[in-house]
Write a protein that binds this ligand. Structure first.
Ligand code: ATP
Ligand code: MG
Length: 410
């Protein structure tokens, strides 16, 4: 069976109301990046492989309309002939669950607490039982009875999904890897993207999964034919390069699209609503490719549309001049009462290694000043390049929730 054929079966069951209640979903996090999407799809697929009457609905936690911003995912899925109509998005969640008053069983992958408006709503209405968690973010301490409840660090969450199912249910089948090349090729995508082709953030679960995928690939000639090894690169490296360039392909995007493409939103304990966008381009690129007017308007709109107090933007890119991997940390807010955000950079300085050595700043100075007219925009070079959003969110959360903040900085 392929992941596609599972999705076709699932769709026909759903369309004919033949799915048994209660509905079981698995969803990735609100950024709906490749890791989240593939973790959800493979969790659903493996659940069905384990027991053929189990139909788990993989939910992508964004509107359908936004999938096209994730060109890397669309490309990866195209190798498996998985098209948008076989996938489920937030608008489908309400359509499907509206039909039943039964509880919904929910598995979380690549996050460990409810995310997104639609799921929050269903959860607050008592409609959702969180039954399983496989995640690699900081443990928020929720849903302690979930089974499985595996939360540990590693490069790609998809490794945890593969290892959980393989170790518990499939490893005794000696032909498993040769029979499951389709799903293994799908899993290889996020593993390579999240670990920069197994060179960064690799931990034991990633290595273990990678070894299994490589064994699986050795049975497939298709992969080697599609991503031909050349003098410089192996098939796997070429596969990674193809996905990475799709991920970094921003052609046709507005600045708002860039902000929406990989976005998460949290309400912290003191009520601060904060959005976090991961950006795939430097501010030098953004500030020279969009007009001052568009940038100013988009930042304001992003606060309004998402109803947030603060927008944190963290970008990562390789510098054109040195090819060095670089990260920047920026944030924007407008409302004056929120002056408490003013010192955020100062307070995060140590953990994130923030400094003013901003790539190409001389070229963007004018735009930087302009976006500071209506609101407050701050930009830093982030010396600690090892801290990605996974680390940045808890750091910002701690700062905004810590007690001395309001007294000291209002
Ligand atoms: P979240 O879990 O909230 O989605 P994240 O940890 O994935 O956050 P991002 O800020 O989106 O954080 O950054 C992750 C991306 O950064 C990865 O997809 C990876 O491609 C890239 N990356 C991380 N470290 C490196 C590195 N040293 N070299 C090149 N790319 C890297
Ligand atoms: Mg991510």
């Amino acid at each position: 069976m392929s992941v596609k054929s599972y999705l076709v079966n699932l769709k026909s069951k759903l369309d004919t109301n033949a799915l048994k209640l209660p509905y079981t979903f698995v969803t990735g996090n609100q950024s709906a990046d490749m890791d989240s999407v593939v973790s959800a799809l493979t969790f659903a697929y493996f659940s069905n492989l384990r027991s053929s009457d189990q139909y788990v609905i993989p939910l992508i936690n964004i509107p359908k309309e936004d999938l096209k911003l994730r060109k890397d995912i669309v490309k990866l899925l195209s190798y498996h002939s998985i098209t948008e109509d076989l996938l489920y998005f937030v608008e489908d969640f309400e359509k499907i669950t509206g039909k039943s008053t039964d509880k919904i069983l929910l598995n979380l992958v690549d996050h460990n607490n409810i995310q997104g408006e639609e799921l929050h709503k269903a959860f607050n209405e008592g409609q959702v039982d969180t039954v399983g968690i496989l995640d690699h973010h900081a443990d928020e301490g929720e849903f302690l009875k979930a089974d499985p409840r595996i939360i540990r660090t590693c490069g790609s969450n998809s490794s945890l999904v593969f290892n959980y199912f393989y170790d518990n249910f499939f490893h005794t089948d000696k032909d498993f890897l040769s029979k499951q090349v389709d799903v293994l090729e799908l899993l290889l995508g996020p593993l390579l993207i999240d670990t920069s082709c197994m060179t960064q953030k690799v931990e034991e679960p990633d290595t273990k999964a990678f070894d299994a995928y490589k064994q699986g690939l050795s049975y497939s000639s298709g992969f080697q034919q599609l991503f031909v090894a050349d003098n410089d690169k192996s098939s796997i490296e070429n596969f990674h390069a193809t996905l990475k360039s799709a991920k970094k392909d921003f052609s046709g995007f507005s600045f708002m699209d860039i902000l929406r493409k990989d976005y998460k939103q949290f309400t912290f304990d003191k009520g601060d609503k904060v959005g976090f966008s991961s950006l795939g381009k430097s501010f030098k690129w953004i500030f020279t490719n969009y007009t001052k007017e568009e940038i100013e308007k988009t930042l304001g709109d992003a606060l309004k549309v998402n109803n947030i107090d603060l927008l944190v933007m963290s970008d990562s890119f390789n510098r054109k001049d040195t090819n060095q991997y670089t990260r920047e940390f920026a944030y924007y807010y407008e409302v004056q009462e929120n002056n408490r955000f003013k010192s955020l950079g100062e307070r995060a300085q140590k953990d994130l290694g923030l400094n003013d050595d901003i790539y190409g700043f001389d070229k963007i100075d004018a735009t930087y000043q302009a976006v500071n007219e209506k609101g407050t925009f701050k930009l830093f070079n982030q010396g600690n390049t090892a801290a990605s959003r996974k680390q940045i969110v808890p750091i910002v959360k701690n700062i905004l929730e810590s007690d001395n903040e309001t007294e000291n900085h209002l």
